[in-house]
Design a protein around this ligand. Structure first.
Ligand code: F58
Length: 833
């Protein structure tokens, strides 16, 4: 193969740029060709898309490495405090485009790739994303990593390197079918495995008390098995800064030496089995289910990643040359929900058993280091682990939980003598029936800070599930409203809007999203509104193409795009949306000449594989789509689409194309929502309930620019107490009755009257999420939205205003609050040599 060599390099006219870091087109081309050759033994004439993608990804990675290394050095300084984000999920999305954008080398790459006869967009589309999360919680973690790096804040993400991430969703005969996500099949160019950074994690076995050489009573954990965690690091470049943070994910591996005993006595297969079990630990991400199920492997995963991460933190502390007592001055660890809550017990174990600190000192350090973010109020989603399982898998951590609990409850009894009910509620152990460990209680007790993720959610937390704790420690509780990164969800996903903003506001707004407010006066400029609509149209055409490719359905980009994308769950009420679609369909059937603006209803989202009703809702959406899209009377006015396999990658195409954002959860159930923010930032108007961050979105944008409907959280609670009867609403509202009857009569299931019976019965007889109670208000508000859409200029003004007022929902704002109020970390500028 002949080397692509630049003329200047040959002539020696100018000093040659280093191939692995240079940014000129010639150098970049050479780098890509070198990476074809030296990583893959391929040459351009025979290279596949995979080969080109890998070669390009490695060329981009090479251009990040110096920043990465210098960042590690800068953060290793003795006086730099580092924030560690502990999360079982990081839904980071495709990396290539983001990294090109952060480094500011997209143009260089595009030109180089084009000159090599390839198309950058095709390579971007080719990339498989790491689906290492279920939904909002995992994506939030990824947005926060992005902001931490962009704000030059010293931070590390700690999590699990699942071999199989969230399942791939296929739709067959309208049903969701799950397929394994083989994201690593072609290799992952973004990670660097560090076999030299590994930690041992104990499981099972027993504990022993002994007296050490200094005469101190101590405990030793004699494990039944041990697993090794190997660090796999992924760089997290900050947008246009030198900081490049690290996402450190742990992969489990068998501990060779541990098996030797078996091996030596001839139990070779026993040793191999042990090895297989160890490697199973980080195999698969658990898809969220109706209830937090007592899965042994999941508990093992949680302990595994928490233990590796804490051991790693303590080692980094030592490398700073600091004493273990300085832990809270130099590290803050945020627990993303209760999945990492075992950190409370494990940090105590490491400090007491391994570092030989006194209990009280260790407890003080633990509490000052840890903080906890809650993401749900749903009682069934609060994690608990059965005691027998906990005791068998984690005997030493359980003893520590007991000791924490004993001391804690002693305090509670002191403050509230005789209040046994309170003690029972606050205990880390749930009694009655099978005993269980309550992870939220453990997290609250072991942290100095507890926050909810939107104002309303934080208030409800303090009034309901964590009320007793908020009463004892009011100062421990706070709110940090979620945010999303405008880099990925505005600039990368919506380049047309980003350029219009650059032109209108000047560059720099992306790092200071409050500056979007300056858009407001432009809403009065007819020419600007015209351009705004052109951007939206372009994005709708882009989504229409994707919809066509994935579903075969042709949608009209000039129709109102009404979109609901998120996990499928009863509380999120996709079925309320479907009922409105059916009502709109029926109205047209009854009055075919009725004039309505064409609307395209788009749905996407995965259902947990074990959540039958959620899967039935997907089936219903597809059934309605099949019927409506084929009906000659309505099909030019209503289209219904279920876009399969919602992911970060296709989300980036969805949000920019939306006119109307559906945020219709039962009030009091959605902790925050973050999709609502992504839609807003891309100029969609919201139809929604007073739930989660919707409340603050409405506050920012103003009541006139938000389609509000439905019961409040207080209404819902009151109705539940008084005994809610969904049948009353059916009797009162013929349109609702008719919509439900169409489902029951088999209109959307080719005449099959059984298929949707569980859903119809659920709504008719129990309706736990108040779908029927909110239906008429929802339909009336949808009618208001439809009327508003007809005045295109007024709609565009509202769209502009939504973007202008979206600054608050940048994850930069959220991260600044965490940094200032909870972690006390400060920016560190990274200087390149
Ligand atoms: C989500 N939780 C909340 N959990 O539902 C949403 O309101 C919020 O905006 C978001 O967190 C970020 O704060 C969520 O996504 C999960 O996916 C869990 C994963 C592990 C199993 C149980 C569900």
């Amino acid at each position: 193969m002949s080397r692509v060599t630049s003329k200047s390099e040959l002539s020696g006219a100018t000093p040659a740029e280093p191939i692995r870091t240079g940014l000129s087109t010639e150098t970049f081309k050479q780098a890509v060709v070198d990476n074809l050759m030296y990583l893959q033994a391929r040459y351009p004439a025979i290279a596949t898309t995979q080969n080109w993608y890998m070669a390009l990804a490695h060329s981009v990675r090479d251009r990040m490495l110096e920043r990465w290394v210098e960042t590690v050095k800068a953060y290793a300084a003795r006086d730099v405090k580092v924030a560690c984000y502990f999360s079982a999920e990081f839904l980071i999305g495709p990396q290539l485009g983001n990294n090109l954008m952060c480094l500011g080398i997209e143009d260089a790459a595009r030109t180089a790739i084009a000159e090599l006869g390839q198309d950058l967009d095709a390579l971007l589309a080719y990339e498989t994303e790491p689906g290492l999360g279920n939904g909002g919680l995992g994506r939030l973690a990824a947005c926060y990593l992005d902001s931490l790096a962009a704000l030059e804040l010293p931070a590390l993400g700690y999590g699990i390197r699942y071999e199989f991430g969230i399942f791939d969703q296929e739709i067959r005969d309208g049903w969701q079918v799950e397929a394994t996500d083989k994201w690593l099949a072609q290799g992952n160019p973004w990670e660097i495995a560090r076999p030299e950074v590994g930690w041992y994690v104990n499981f099972s076995g027993r504990t022993e008390r002994f007296t050490d050489g200094e005469g101190r009573a101590r405990v030793r954990w004699v494990p039944g098995s041990r697993v090794k965690g190997i660090a796999c690091d992924i760089p997290v470049p900050g947008y246009r800064v030198n900081n490049c943070n690290t996402l450190r994910l742990w992969r489990s591996e068998a501990v060779e030496s541990f098996d030797f005993g078996d091996f030596n006595v001839g139990d070779y297969y026993g040793a191999v089995r042990e090895k297989m079990m160890s490697e199973t630990l980080s195999k698969v991400l658990y898809p969220n289910d109706e209830a937090a199920a007592g899965k042994r492997l999941r508990l093992a995963q949680q302990y595994f990643f928490v233990s590796c991460s804490l051991q790693d933190m303590l080692r980094l502390l030592e490398m700073k040359g600091a004493a273990v007592e300085q832990l809270p001055e130099l590290f803050a660890a945020q627990m993303n929900d209760t999945h990492p809550a075992l950190a409370v017990a494990e940090l105590m174990r490491l400090l007491v058993d391994e570092h030989r600190l006194e209990w009280d000192k260790a407890w003080e350090l633990t509490q000052r280091t840890l903080a906890y973010t809650n993401h749900t109020l749903l009682p069934e989603a609060l994690e608990t682990w059965g005691l027998p399982l906990f005791a068998e898998l984690l005997p030493r951590p359980l003893e520590i939980v007991y000791e924490i609990n004993r001391r804690f409850l002693e305090g509670v009894r002191g403050t509230y003598p005789g209040d046994d009910a309170r003690v029972a509620r606050m205990s880390l152990i749930e009694e009655g029936g099978e005993k269980r460990v309550r992870m939220a209680n453990l997290a609250v007790v072991g942290s100095h800070s507890v926050n909810g993720v939107a104002k309303l959610h934080s208030e409800l937390l303090e009034e309901t599930v964590l009320r007793d704790f908020a009463e004892v420690w009011p100062d421990r509780f706070c709110n940090v409203t979620n945010g999303v990164t405008p880099r990925r969800f505005l600039k990368l996903g919506n380049p047309a809007l980003a350029s219009l903003l650059d032109e209108t506001l000047g560059e720099g707004w992306i790092g200071d999203l409050a500056r979007l407010r300056a858009l407001e006066p432009h809403a009065d400029d007819a020419g600007f509104r015209e351009r705004w609509r052109a951007v939206k149209m372009l994005n709708k055409e882009r989504l229409a193409t994707l919809i066509r490719e994935r579903t075969g359905v042709a949608v009209d980009p000039s129709a109102l795009f009404d979109i609901q994308v998120k996990r499928i769950h009863e509380y999120k009420r996709q079925h309320l949306n479907v009922l409105h679609v059916i009502a709109a369909y029926r109205r047209l059937l009854q009055d075919p000449r009725r004039s309505v603006a064409p609307r395209c209803f788009v749905f996407a989202g995965k259902a947990a594989p074990g959540y039958a009703l959620a899967k039935l809702i997907i089936r219903l959406i597809n059934g309605v789509a099949e019927t409506v899209n084929a009906d000659p009377v309505v099909r030019d006015r209503i289209k219904v689409v279920f876009l399969p396999n919602f992911s970060v990658k296709n989300a980036q195409l969805v949000y920019p194309a939306a006119d109307l954002s559906e945020q219709i959860s039962t009030a009091g159930k959605e902790a925050s929502g973050t999709g609502n923010m992504k839609f807003m930032m891309n100029g969609a108007l919201t139809i929604g309930t007073l739930d989660g961050a919707n409340v603050e979105i409405r506050e920012e944008v103003g009541a006139d620019n938000f389609f509000l409907f439905g019961l409040t959280a207080a209404d819902v609670e009151r109705m539940r107490r008084q005994g809610y009867r969904p049948g009353d609403y059916l009797d009162r509202d013929p349109e609702l009755r008719a919509a439900l009857d169409l489902i029951a009569d088999g209109r959307f299931s080719r005449g099959d009257r059984e298929m949707f019976r569980p859903l119809v019965d659920n709504l008719t007889y129990s309706d736990p999420f108040f779908v029927l109670a909110d239906f008429s208000a929802y339909v009336a508000t949808q009618d208001r939205a439809a009327a508003a859409w007809l005045d295109r200029d007024a709609w565009t003004r509202m769209s502009i205003r939504n973007v202008a007022r979206s600054g608050k929902f940048s994850s930069d704002r959220a991260i600044r609050e965490y940094a200032r109020d909870i972690w006390h970390v400060k920016p560190v500028r990274v200087v390149l040599a």
